[in-house]
Design a protein around this ligand. Structure first.
Ligand code: SAM
Length: 283
């Protein structure tokens, strides 16, 4: 597929900061796209009884790993497509998908999100994306939507998919810096888009160390439901002791899920969240 106009522009310019006019043009295009497609009928949720997952900027597909850890398997979930520009990460993704028995790992996976033809995209029930963070990170130059490499525009492409395919549940993740008021323009665009599509959006910053992970990392989460459901973010958990994450054995690396199931019991991956997620989507 030939590169999109946005991609051609970005290649030509390789600018430090995108011109205001270019950004506004992109926002206008998104607005027109939403207007044209917002009333299109949403698809049936999980027609085959399986959660169809679509992931943009999917990297190694950690959402597949997370769903697997929540107890979803090939009979209850299906990775239907998404995007990832980096060939090395696409290889890693294939390995993850093979391990999780996801057969469709290549179909529906676009390389560059800007090259996507919307009518060729598959329908999905769960849209998930962690857009690249350099445009928003407090360690970067914080240009946000005006990032010269176009990384701040990726979210608009994701919003187009959401508009066109209307997944039941949307999960967006971004670095904490994304919540800063310097990115208000992007926040407004997102808000208007979700409002027009009648999604109910929940937002919170969550710190990994408060949710059972031995790491200090704060991230913004947007959870958006197409149907009106009440949702609560999980409460902070007591910080686990590091010992929990260390193997008892010396010098032997154990990564098999079954090893942890044996160590902590079969219910370790099947927390309350899995049931809540399933019942939400089966509305
Ligand atoms: C923050 S990482 C997301 C990591 C991912 N959630 C995972 O599980 O590994 C952002 C990803 O966006 C990808 N990316 C950057 N520009 C892209 C583009 N134009 N189209 C598709 N993917 C892109 C990067 O290669 C990177 O893997």
């Amino acid at each position: 597929m030939p590169p999109s106009k946005a991609r051609k522009f970005l290649k030509r310019k390789a600018a430090h900061e995108l011109p205001d006019a270019f950004l506004e043009q992109n926002i206008d295009k998104l607005r027109a796209f939403v207007k044209a497609h917002k009333d299109k009928r949403p698809p049936q949720t999980m027609p085959a009884g399986r959660l169809r997952v679509f992931a943009d900027c999917a990297g190694m597909s950690s959402e597949t790993v997370a769903l697997r850890l929540l107890g979803f398997d090939a009979s209850t979930m299906e990775f239907v497509g998404g995007s990832e520009i980096d060939p090395v990460k696409r290889c890693l993704m294939q390995s993850v998908h093979r391990t999780c028995n996801q057969s469709k790992h290549k179909e529906g996976l676009e390389h560059d999100i800007f090259d996507r033809c919307m009518s060729n995209t598959p329908e999905s029930d769960l849209y998930i994306s962690g857009f690249p963070c350099p445009a928003y990170s407090s360690c970067g130059i914080k240009k946000g939507a005006k990032d010269g490499k176009g990384r701040g525009l990726l979210i608009f492409e994701g919003l187009k998919y959401i508009t066109y395919r209307k997944p039941s549940l949307v999960i967006l993740e971004q670095v904490a810096g994304f919540a800063h008021k310097r990115h208000t323009r992007t926040h407004q665009v997102m808000k208007k888009c979700f409002q027009a599509l009648k999604y109910k959006v929940y937002f919170r910053k969550l710190a990994t160390q408060e949710h059972g992970i031995p790491q200090s990392r704060t991230r913004c989460f947007f959870i958006a439901f197409r149907k009106n459901v009440s949702f609560r973010f999980p409460k902070a958990l007591p910080k686990p002791r590091l010992k929990k994450f260390l193997d008892d054995t010396k010098g032997v690396e154990k990564v098999a899920l079954s090893f942890y199931e044996q160590k902590y019991g079969a219910g370790i991956w099947k927390e309350e969240l899995r049931h809540r997620l399933k019942s939400r989507l089966a509305i």
